[in-house]
Design a protein around this ligand. Structure first.
Ligand code: F6P
Length: 367
């Protein structure tokens, strides 16, 4: 694709899809891509349910600026999404018979006469996008996840919204914990990274924050809770990332990985709460915020980031830059090679400034 379309040249067609778990801001990216593409005389084709939208001829629709009016503030994704593992390892039943999933996607991409794809997803979806690029599809990736665990970008959209929601929940739990002189353990999402726990814990004034990057010792956590009792603060708030684990132990799993599905994390808050109740003798409760963190309207920060990502993705495609992911390198949106992010996870560095700040505030990191 070239930045300047020759007068009378056929309109370009960009396919767009959303893959993996949803994150507030997906619709903002779609809206930005559709509007900026339209302003450059380009059509956008929305593909339903991630790469499944390339399986059958009836799972796509043309998106006009009218179709994306009013979706900026809405969570979820108007295109639907799917989390079903690697298309390069699957066979699928289609109206044309049993087919290799990835080969079918490439065939349909050409059948739909697409010129390029915008793939909005997390690490798994972007790795698949990179494999499709190797099959000759021109692709620009857009990083999304509430977990903020994609390398080479300071932020993914969705993270700020999840942190805001978790902070509000912690504020509410503070009130009831204080009234009853209880310990409340709040479990937040984040998979193997502690970004949501760390940021919401500091923003919500938690007393203890447990993250996967710093394995915990509950004896030390109990000591912190007793110290608070002695100074007259007879309640404590513990924020636990779903991937948090004890020293020498592993994270809690609700469901083991099976076939194309990855393992489901969860349960750490209940375990920690039961143990802390024994160690401190204090009445303890646990709360799992779960998928509430993925819903709701995106914050203004996430709307702006998502809009910048969507517009920049179209700009890159128009200038012929492919096989890259848009990334936030404050204050700029840049392009980084997709291959550079595959197979890597951005975890919280143990010497990170926000961890040092938390410790300076007397927050226990469980170690
Ligand atoms: O990656 C986003 C995320 O919300 C994680 O924080 C969480 O572990 C996972 O997705 C939950 O996935 P599912 O929606 O499949 O339960």
């Amino acid at each position: 694709m070239s930045a300047s379309q020759a007068p009378g040249a056929p309109r370009k067609r960009i396919g767009i899809l959303t893959g993996g778990g949803d994150a507030p801001g997906l619709n903002a990216v779609i809206r930005a891509a559709v509007k900026s593409a339209a302003n450059q005389h380009c059509d956008v084709i929305g593909l339903e349910d991630s790469f499944d939208g390339l399986i059958e001829a009836d799972r796509w629709r043309r998106l006009t600026p009218r179709d994306v009016t009013g979706i900026l503030r809405i969570g979820g994704t108007i295109l639907g999404t799917a989390n079903r593992g690697n298309p390069f390892a699957a066979q699928i039943q289609t109206t044309a018979g049993m087919r290799d999933y990835a080969a079918r996607c490439v065939e349909m991409y050409h059948h739909l006469t697409l010129d390029a794809l915008i793939v909005i997803g997390g690490d798994g979806t972007l790795a698949i996008a990179n494999d499709f690029h190797k099959q000759g599809l021109p692709i620009v990736g857009v990083p999304k996840t509430i977990d903020n665990d994609i390398v080479e970008t300071t932020n993914t959209f969705g993270f700020d919204t999840a942190v805001s929601f978790a902070t509000d929940a912690i504020d509410r739990l503070h009130v009831t914990a204080e009234a009853h002189h209880r310990v409340i353990v709040v479990e937040v999402m984040g998979r193997y990274a502690g970004w949501i726990a760390l940021y919401s814990g500091v923003a919500g004034g938690a007393d203890v924050i447990l993250i996967p990057e710093i394995p915990y010792d509950l004896e030390k956590v109990a000591r912190r809770i007793r110290d608070r009792d002695h100074m007259g603060a007879r309640f404590s708030i513990v924020v636990a990332a779903e991937g948090a684990k004890p020293i020498g132990g592993t994270h809690s799993v609700l469901k083991q990985a099976e076939g194309a599905f990855v393992e489901r994390l969860g349960g750490v808050a209940a375990l920690v709460a039961a143990e802390l109740e024994k160690l401190t003798g204090k009445e303890t409760r646990s709360v799992v915020l779960g998928h509430l963190q993925r819903g709701g309207a995106p914050t203004s920060f996430d709307r702006i980031l998502a809009t910048r990502f969507g517009a920049r993705a179209v700009e890159l495609l128009m200038e012929g830059t492919f096989d890259c992911m848009v990334a936030f390198h404050p204050p700029d949106i840049v392009a980084v090679p997709l291959a550079q992010i595959v197979g890597r996870t951005r975890t919280v560095p143990p010497d990170f400034d926000v961890i040092r700040t938390a410790r300076a505030m007397g927050i226990s990191m469980g170690d």
